[in-house]
Design a protein around this ligand. Structure first.
Ligand SMILES: [Zn+2]
Length: 554
């Protein structure tokens, strides 16, 4: 298998000498800029440089969280070479007038399920992702993905993806490879084999270790097992641990203890820990954000690097199985689960447990069927509505759906106050948790189409929950720093030219729960590795992403 195109971050060091701005006076703010333009005096330092791209006069949010400033941005090849006032007589193959526009780093999605989609040639351009301004996605979250990364990464590389791809190695993936869906601790030789998978993936260039002990078979693991595997990943510089925590609600250990588990693993393995898509799930948990934040703050105060990411929706997306079926019923995989669900002796006991889980998630109306292969006509309907039509109890409808292959769901289970509270934390990054599906398959969660512009528009620009600077920082520079994604996430000389020109008048999400398949608006130009993936608000249908591998510096 060839793997030639995958480039190591250090393997393509810039050949360009980094240029310092020659003229440091701040002269290019939007109003002044247009004024001086009238006199033909724009920022003249008479250097006469020639660039590939010059983005002129935009409001620069550089990804650090610092207040925006007016600055020009110059690109040569795949890198940014200059930021600041750039001489009026400088020329470029392409000059973009960004006056009145935001200029920001390309966004980084720290939790993406886009990998299977990117492998489909029709979806490899990743249009719904680009229209959000996302230029880099982190794949294999929740402990998912393959146990061996090489075939996956080679296949993605072969497609030339529309966005950059950062691989993780997943705990569930390596557990399935070694132990299937067995509900027990690994034997020593099994643990060793799991370690070997993690080590091989990290050696290949995975950036970190992901887990999802909410899902089977991760659910069957004890903390000690995850620590052992996390320690293997932690030997690699810049590695981190990111987890869909064991319980975001009160299923078993509860939200707070599940966050504590991330902290414990992070501390024991000596690497940063991330509570991914942080939330307080279910009415019984609403208001718990305060305690969750306290626990993370306390850990940070002890010097631990604990972070979170989040998508700004009060509904999550998951499977009917994971949200309702007890772990013991899932043992051994789907066939074994179906056998238990259809066994008349076991059914009533299981039904009782599932009723509790349904209540936990807010009842039958709080569940919307997103994808149900056995009958697409049910998609978009709520569980209570379907049950009414079938004249049965919602829990029996749920069991029927599970027996007929299961369903992906949207689960309305979060409160706005918790969502806002988590977003306000300086340690909370942005993610989509979205998949990449054909546009005519309108069954994805709207987060897959709108999470990043939504945060910017609704939470920063309109409601002021956070500043625009913070929204950009937590969607780019912070994420690059936490996950060790070298030379991305910031607008600065030497960085890769993943750059957005955003129209603040039109940026926003369009996707809704009822009609999720709708591109976000407001991305006027999107550069991926110095090339235009979106120009004048439209995808260019060329693909410029690449698989990124972890910086292997010693
Ligand atoms: Zn998840």
């Amino acid at each position: 298998m060839t793997f030639a195109k995958i480039s190591h971050p250090l393997g393509s060091a810039p050949s360009l000498a980094l240029r310092q701005p020659k003229w440091k006076t701040r002269f290019c703010c939007a109003k002044l800029h247009s004024l001086v333009l009238g006199f033909g005096l724009i920022c003249s330092n008479a250097s006469g440089e020639t660039y590939d791209v010059l983005i002129r006069g935009g409001q620069l949010f550089d990804g650090t969280g610092s207040p925006w400033r007016c600055a020009d941005v110059a690109i040569v090849g795949e890198r940014i070479v200059e930021v600041g006032p750039i001489a009026a007589d400088a020329t470029a193959k392409q000059v973009i007038d960004a006056r009145g526009k935001y200029v920001t780093p390309g966004f980084i999605d720290s939790h993406s399920h886009a990998a299977p989609g990117i492998l489909d040639p029709k979806l490899a351009a990743a249009e719904p992702i680009l229209y959000q301004g996302i230029t880099t996605v982190m794949i294999n979250p929740d402990g998912g993905g393959p146990a061996e990364l090489l075939p996956q990464l080679a296949a993605i590389d072969k497609q030339t993806p529309g966005v950059n791809v950062v691989p993780l190695i997943g705990h569930n993936a390596v557990r399935i490879a070694v132990m299937g869906y067995e509900n027990r601790a690994p034997k020593p030789d099994e643990l060793d084999r799991m370690k070997n998978y993690v080590r091989a993936a990290m050696e290949l260039g995975a950036f970190g270790f992901s887990s999802g002990p909410f899902y089977t078979p991760g659910k069957y693991s004890k903390t000690a097992e995850i620590i052992e595997l996390a320690k293997v990943a932690a030997k690699f510089p810049g590695a981190f641990y990111t987890s869909h925590i064991r319980d975001e609600s009160n299923y078993d250990v509860g939200l707070i203890k599940a966050i504590d588990e991330v902290i414990e693993i992070s501390e024991a393995a000596k690497m940063p820990g991330v509570v991914t898509h942080i939330k307080a799930l279910g009415p019984a948990m609403w208001g718990k954000s305060a305690e969750a934040i306290e626990h993370i703050e306390a850990a940070r105060a002890r010097g631990l690097e604990i972070w979170a990411d989040q998508y700004a929706y009060t509904a999550s997306g998951t499977s009917l199985q994971a949200s309702l079926v007890p772990g013991w019923v899932q043992e051994g995989g789907i066939a074994a689960q179906t056998a238990r669900l259809t066994n008349s002796e076991q059914r009533s006991g299981i039904r009782k447990e599932m009723l509790t889980n349904l209540e936990r998630r807010g009842g039958a109306h709080s569940i919307m069927i997103r994808l149900y292969k056995a009958d697409h006509s049910l998609e978009g309907k709520r569980l209570d509505e379907i049950a009414r039509d079938k004249v049965q109890e919602p829990i029996d409808t749920a069991i029927d759906l599970l027996v007929k292959g299961g369903a992906a769901i949207i689960s309305f289970n979060m409160g706005d106050k918790d969502l806002d509270a988590f977003m306000r934390q300086p340690w909370t990054m942005t993610c989509t948790d979205g998949a990449l599906v054909p546009l005519d398959q309108g069954s994805e969660h709207p987060r897959a189409y709108g999470a990043f512009p939504r945060k910017l528009r609704r939470y920063a620009m309109e409601r002021g929950v956070i500043t625009v600077e913070q929204a950009v920082h937590t969607s780019s520079g912070l994420t690059a720093s936490v996950f060790g994604i070298k030379d991305r996430g910031f607008i600065r000389p030497g960085a890769f030219a993943d750059v957005l020109v955003i129209d603040p008048a039109t940026v926003g999400d369009v996707a809704t729960y009822e009609k999720p398949a709708a591109y976000a608006t407001g991305m006027v130009y999107v550069f991926v590795n110095g090339h235009l993936a979106i120009a004048n608000g439209k995808v260019t249908n060329e693909r410029f992403g690449r698989v990124l591998l972890r910086n292997k510096r010693d």
